[in-house]
Each structure stands twice: as structure tokens, then as C-alpha cells.
Write a protein that binds this ligand. Structure first.
Ligand code: SIN
Length: 326
């Protein structure tokens, strides 16, 4: 039995995704429905779990393209609850691949956990000829029990990634995640967890801030932050349409705008003019890049702030958090 000094239990929280997907034909890796198989049944399909102390809880059962603040609130609440247990070493979250990096970033921002919270996933449904979910799940369980693991991580195809850097980079292949220039923080081989960086993981690890969590759990919605992209022929119509719609429907008024610029965060002049208008009206605007690699390198200071290296999906969450005063 685990004693309080050496927590051993791991908690698996299910949220759906392809890892829990079912297709009517075993060879069908795209025509399936995500979020069908329970987390309990997913764990049962991982035979080497024998001897591990595991608790399993279903938090949601969705395709992660439909992820939203309500599920994030539930997840943050349940993760915080389980991490607070003395007998729990870490938490694993089964999740769809499509918004996994957003959930990971959100949980890191809100919880900044000292214990590991490991998101895992699959690119093939549970009914596939060769599903990748069971191995990913087992690897994630091993990372969640590793003495050096901390903070929110993603484990997929044998690699461990920090929440701050991980991104889905492939639509189909099983090795679909990448951490860009930062690289993965570790790997799992035959159940052995290895780290490429000295622990703790370089995402900032801090004790749970109960006040920050309470603010998130009590919020009715995340502050609205829209994400738009600059491109050839871009103009200001999307920005102006968002503001006009917000003027007619107060709850839809964006408090923030993240723009994925070209190259080093440059913007089509017509779009930039509209963003400056929005900023003058009090909307917070942040400039990221649509490039898959690299950050917006600060140079001659423009009138629109950059995202300090965050890709648009994460910059949107960071700005929402800032707007909540967290
Ligand atoms: C999802 O994100 O829920 C569906 C796609 C996937 O998990 O690969």
C-alpha cells in the first residue's frame, strides 16, 4: 500500500477524443466517431496496468474540436482535487489530439502543478487495426508516476512535451506532436521514462494557487478573445464585423484579438489599420505569427504587442487569462 511519503496512485481522467473513438470498420482510421469508449474501458485495454494503483474518472466524452471553457473548468477542478490527495503521484488525461495543446496550456496556466498532469491521445481510434492509444496511455501513466515529472505535459508516440511548446503538427501520422525549436522534454522507452532536460521541467512549476483556481471556477465564461490571420488580400472586414456584432450583442464583444501575422508577425496594412482602430477602442491586440516554427522576434517596437513567443492558439488563452486579471 502506498504511504503518504511516496504517492503511487495515478488518476486517469477521460475526456473523449480519437483515443476513445469507434469506427464501424477496423481499417477505417478517419471515418470514426470520437469520444465513444469510456476511460475505464480504455484502461482495461492496457494489460501491463496490472500492479499499478489507478483510479479512473470520466470528466467528459467529446470530440476535442468541441472543447470549451465549461469542460476546462470541470477538468481544472478534478485535477486540482486529485493532485491534492497525498496518495496520488500524478494525473493522466485522455484527450482528443485536435485541441490537446490548448487544454494543456490552459491547465498549466491555471494550476501550475508541482505534480505531473499528463495529457495523452491517439491518432487512430480504439477500433483501428493497430490503435496507438493503448501504448500512449501506458507511457503517460509511467510519466505520471515518475519522480522527476512535474507540471503539465503531453505524451504521444513515445515523446514527452511541455505544455508551453507542444503543438499538433500532422493531420494523420501517429507521431503528430512537436515542440518546435524547444524540442521534447523527454521520452518513454519500454516503460522507462527518460528526460532530456534537468528536472524540474522548464514550464514554471509552482504550488497551486487556490485563489486563481477559484476565480477560474467561478467565471461564467472566458473573456472573449478572437483569433484572426493576416494573408495576401487581407483587409479589416473581419475585425470590423466582430466589433459590429459585439456592439449589437454585448456578450459577444471581443475583449481581445490575437492576430497570426505573416513571417515575423507582420500584418497586411489594411488589417493592421483595423486592428489599430480596435485597439483604440480598448480591445487588447496581440501579434503572433502563422509560421509553424519560431517566435515573433522583437525589433523596432510596433504599436501592437507581440505574444512573447506563444503561438496563436496559446496566445488566445494567455490573453484571456490576462483579461481575467490572473
Ligand atoms: C479529437 O480531437 O477529439 C478528434 C481527433 C483526435 O483525437 O485525433
Amino acid at each position: 500500500m502506498a504511504d503518504a511519503k511516496t504517492p503511487q496512485r495515478r488518476v486517469i481522467l477521460g475526456t473523449g477524443g480519437t483515443i476513445a473513438g469507434r469506427a464501424s470498420r477496423a481499417g477505417d482510421n478517419v471515418g470514426y466517431v470520437a469520444g465513444q469508449v469510456s476511460a475505464q474501458d480504455l484502461m482495461a485495454a492496457v494489460p501491463p496496468r496490472a500492479g499499478l494503483a489507478l483510479d479512473v474518472e470520466q470528466v467528459a466524452q467529446i470530440d476535442s474540436k468541441d472543447m470549451g471553457f465549461a469542460v476546462w473548468q470541470r477538468l481544472a477542478d478534478r485535477v486540482a482535487h486529485h493532485l491534492g490527495r497525498e496518495d496520488v503521484a500524478g494525473v493522466v488525461i485522455t484527450h482528443g489530439t485536435d485541441t490537446l495543446e490548448e487544454t494543456a496550456f490552459f491547465l498549466q496556466a491555471v494550476l501550475q502543478p508541482t505534480k505531473p498532469v499528463v495529457l495523452t491521445c491517439a491518432m487512430r481510434p480504439a477500433t483501428a487495426l493497430v490503435p496507438d492509444g493503448p501504448q500512449n496511455l501506458l507511457d503517460a501513466v509511467m510519466v505520471a508516476g515518475d519522480a522527476h515529472a512535474a507540471g503539465v505535459l503531453a505524451v504521444c508516440a513515445g515523446s514527452s512535451h511541455a505544455a508551453e511548446h507542444v503543438a499538433k503538427v500532422h493531420t494523420y501520422q501517429v507521431d503528430a506532436f512537436d515542440s518546435g525549436d524547444a524540442g521534447p522534454v523527454g521520452c518513454v522507452e519500454e516503460g522507462q521514462v527518460h528526460w532530456f532536460v534537468a528536472p524540474p521541467i522548464p514550464s514554471q512549476v509552482a504550488a497551486l494557487d487556490a485563489g486563481r483556481l477559484a476565480t477560474v471556477l467561478e467565471a461564467r465564461a472566458l473573456p472573449r478573445v478572437a483569433w484572426i490571420t493576416s494573408h495576401a488580400d487581407a483587409d479589416g472586414s473581419q475585425v470590423r464585423a466582430l466589433l459590429a456584432y459585439g456592439a449589437a450583442h454585448a456578450e459577444a464583444m471581443p475583449q481581445g484579438l490575437v492576430v497570426a501575422g505573416t513571417g515575423n508577425g507582420t500584418l497586411h496594412q489594411a488589417l493592421e489599420a483595423a486592428l489599430l482602430e480596435a485597439q483604440a477602442l480598448g480591445v487588447q491586440v496581440r501579434r503572433s505569427t502563422r509560421c509553424a516554427r519560431g517566435r515573433v522576434v522583437p525589433g523596432a517596437e510596433g504599436a501592437l504587442a507581440d505574444t512573447h513567443g506563444l503561438a496563436p492558439a496559446k496566445a488566445r488563452i494567455a490573453l484571456a487569462r490576462e483579461l481575467m486579471g490572473l
